[in-house]
Design a protein around this ligand. Sequence first.
Ligand code: GLN
Length: 494
Amino acid sequence: MSTSLTSLTIADARAQLGDRSISARELAESHIAGIEASRALNAFVSETADRAIADAARADARLAKGDAGVLEGIPVAIKDLFCTKGVLSTAGSHILNGFVPAYESTVTANMWREGAVMLGKTNMDEFAMGSSNETSYYGPVLNPWRRPGDNRDLVPGGSSGGSAAAVAAQLCLGATGTDTGGSIRQPAAFTGTVGLKPTYGRCSRWGIVAFASSLDQAGPMTRTVGDAAIMLKAMAGYDAKDSTSVDVAVPDYESVLEDSVKGLRIGIPAEYRIDGTPAEIVALWESGIAWLKDAGAEIVAVSLPHTKYALPAYYIVAPAEASSNLARYDGVRYGLRVDQGDLTEMYEATRAAGFGAEVKRRILIGTYVLSAGYYDAYYLQAQKVRTLIADDFKQAWQKVDVLLTPTTPEPAFGVGEKSDDPVAMYLNDILTVPANMAGLPALSLPAGLSSQGLPLGLQVVGRAFDEETVLRVGRALERAAAFDGRPAPWWRSS
Ligand code: GLN
């Protein structure tokens, strides 16, 4: 097995596939071998090696004909929240036990049309609820990174933790994630990878298991900013099957990546300097500011005064929508069914056995905030707060082109460290949630290591449908940060 094939970027693999110096088949095979040797990470719920080999054969044939798509022959992993036709799709939940969809999500269908090769479905927090990948029915995913000299397991972040771990451990060249409150960007930050949450409406939600429909958005997880640009192009696009999909052209993100950031105005929001943020995260943020300034950008202090209400409002809106979306899991049409007593007892027994503790907590919170007596006090209030948060960003866009912030208030933490304290867990989303509340595109890229040797991310937030500028600024930061950290492969069985 060649490790060099698994360390390629998507851009390099595309070039080598294009000039036929490598084949899609050998690229797929080296990744399959890597996945088999890396089961200790628990990054996958399903491995689809046979499918990958078949996809690769088709890709090689198209490459030979000169008829290649944007992702032709590129081996990718798919978060298990995406429905994939004929392939088990679990959302990390026992309640979707044995669910094999009869249809394909639009985003994955777009990727297959462009020639991508499917390696498998990645593990995730149950129904994408979590920040550590410890809520999956299929067990926790481990972060490929450990603190040097310390063999304790760390979380990869969540909910797209399997995708992030797979990308970081070189088990795929890229993976899909979804981000409702930070689930692409936070695991990207924890694993030293790149994650992009596009504008709400940029990628179709059709065929993605719903968590909080007004916030959910699919996006790419990769090892470089350029690869995120390539993947997004293939994933994005208008879809009549998703009523919130927006009919705007998908630009060629790659073509603007290397453009200078000279003259761009970079906003630094005062409110993102949260009390208790470790000095090293503040220092990394300051490095990011200096790098962009050196590249000719203008740094502008801005204020987003309602930032502190974003997290509490999110934890009303997201559970409210989740409690409604999850009402469909009743044991009747698909997934788990626990036969017991009459119909109502069957519903109750199925839902009691099928949902994990975090999902039950969200359903309880959601039904409470939507209940007749509390609707105005909680849900309606949270919706108003959401408008104020969106307005803060609108004001900021009068003065700046993007915002620069840290992605998370801390580096990866230990497995089990926060599992008994939901509020401590929720606080991990404090810097990522506002972009979801406002529907804005936001990128996390690895920018340095903590004093304990763990990756730290910087976040770039942009105007709606301006992923181009977000990626361009991300690329400038990537160039300056020159992050080349890789985890030592302690997990490999061969
Ligand atoms: N960690 C957040 C939550 O648990 C965000 C999850 C997500 O973005 N899917 O709700």
